[in-house]
Design a protein around this ligand. Structure first.
Ligand code: SAM
Length: 415
């Protein structure tokens, strides 16, 4: 059931079946985009999610902007339009933050009989669902200002031949899944997920070696993209439409509905790339790395190669595969900062810790949280500093420190 939500009512998990048409941040009917340049989003969200949005502390904050504009939209050969860097961008930098034109459930429930697939041929049932979804989305579309409607319909549509209506087609081609609190917490998984369609961000093309990370900021109600590695002037800015640690053939299957045949260096060499990605997925996990540091720091018979060279080798593998968006990249930088701290190598510790911080910033970590991270990181590294050098003096103390480190890394810092 859907409705135009009452502005002041508080909704809770018992209202999860109610869908609200709502404009966020709320604006008066006569507001124009010239009055309110940060813009606003037409949303179809569950009633409780609407309450969560409005109750977010600091909502609605202003959207963030890079100090110097860093992007433009232009032709990308063989890929339609794309986004390009207009200057050099450094890892961790914000490139663009933008409010969506529309936000809707990833799997919009519509009023069709529950047993439709039992009583009708599959194709006919699918067409009926797509037809109802188009009708429901049209209500939100008609609430948009004319400029937003034009921008929405100008976006690329790779679903023109499968029975999708024009609005469903644009959403299926351009919708990014939203992360963080922008989901129905009482409906975990794909059923509780939402997608956003954007005027500029939806022009980002896919790469299996993307150079940006996307994150949705609830306070400003905007999607933000950050560079995960340095990007040169004129280089294409890319994102990801599929999980990146999957084998090449699976990624290609996931990309088929977008009509994308990725031509990145990893897809061009699947035999090498698949083995590397499998090794990264297996070995660069938080527990495995923490365990390696812990064993190495308390066992003098394990050489520095055990923690240091292996960490460096895995980090190179991640960089060679262009996987700086993945959590394993952050884990490895943290691992190497700790290993160098244990060896008393202050300079290298600082370098890896700084790079680790850049990955946190690139994931949209709020400023006050970044400060907390630095303090916790400093505490961990101080505790661990030079423990290999002092190993023979007091292994009991080292054992205690390694245990503490593991505890802090797994629970306190919540990487
Ligand atoms: C979200 S849109 C991206 C912007 C789009 N290129 C445009 O012109 O608006 C997705 C579409 O871009 C194209 N595309 C994205 N990544 C691509 C890639 N790596 N190779 C070829 N085409 C790509 C496909 O046509 C896909 O359906």
């Amino acid at each position: 059931m859907s409705f135009e939500a009452d502005a002041d009512k508080k909704w809770d998990k018992d209202d999860i079946h109610l869908l609200a048409y709502t404009t966020q941040p709320p604006v008066d009917l006569d507001t124009t985009l010239a009055d309110f340049p940060d813009g606003w989003t037409e949303c179809i969200v569950s009633a409780p999610l609407k309450t969560i949005i409005l109750d977010t502390p600091g909502y609605p904050g202003q959207i963030k902007r890079p100090k110097i504009p860093a992007h433009c939209i232009s032709e990308s050969p063989g890929k339609g339009l794309g986004m390009f860097a207009t200057r050099k961008v450094t890892a961790g930098e914000l490139i663009l933050a933008e409010r969506a034109l529309m936000i809707a459930p990833a799997a919009l429930q519509v009023p069709v009989p529950a047993d439709i697939f039992d009583n009708y041929p599959t194709e006919q049932a699918k067409q009926a669902i797509l037809f109802e979804q188009e009708k429901a989305l049209e209500v939100a579309y008609k609430r948009m200002p004319e400029e937003h409607q034009t921008a929405f319909m100008a976006l690329y549509n790779s679903h023109t031949q499968d029975g999708s209506g024009p609005i469903v087609g644009v959403i299926r081609t351009n919708g990014y899944m939203l992360n963080g609190p922008m989901q129905d917490e009482w409906r975990p998984g794909p059923k509780g997920a939402y997608v956003g369609v954007f005027n500029e961000l939806s022009r980002l093309n896919h790469s299996c070696r993307p150079n940006t990370y996307r994150t949705f900021d609830m306070v400003s109600f905007a999607m933000e993209i950050y560079a995960v590695r340095d990007i040169e002037e004129s280089e294409e800015i890319t994102t990801y439409y599929t999980h990146l640690l999957l084998p090449t053939t699976t990624r290609q299957q996931n990309l088929e509905p977008y009509g994308v045949r990725c031509d990145c260096a990893s897809c061009a060499n699947p035999r090498v790339s698949d083995d590397r990605r499998m090794e990264i997925a297996k070995k660069c996990k938080r527990d495995i790395l923490a365990d390696r540091v812990s064993r190495w720091s308390t066992n003098p018979r394990l050489s520095d190669d055990f923690a240091l060279r292996e960490g460096e080798r895995l980090l190179k593998l991640v960089e060679d595969e262009g996987l700086e968006t993945e959590i394993c990249y952050s884990e490895l930088l943290m691992h190497l900062a700790m290993v160098h701290a244990a060896l008393g190598n202050t300079e290298e510790t600082g370098q890896y810790a700084t790079r680790w911080m850049a990955t946190r910033i690139a994931k949209g970590r709020p400023l006050e949280k970044q400060f907390e991270d630095v303090m916790t990181l400093k505490q961990i590294l101080d505790t661990f500093t030079d423990c290999r050098g002092r190993l023979h003096q007091d292994s009991g103390e080292i054992n205690g420190m390694a245990g503490k480190l593991r505890e802090m890394k797994l629970e306190g810092l919540n990487l």
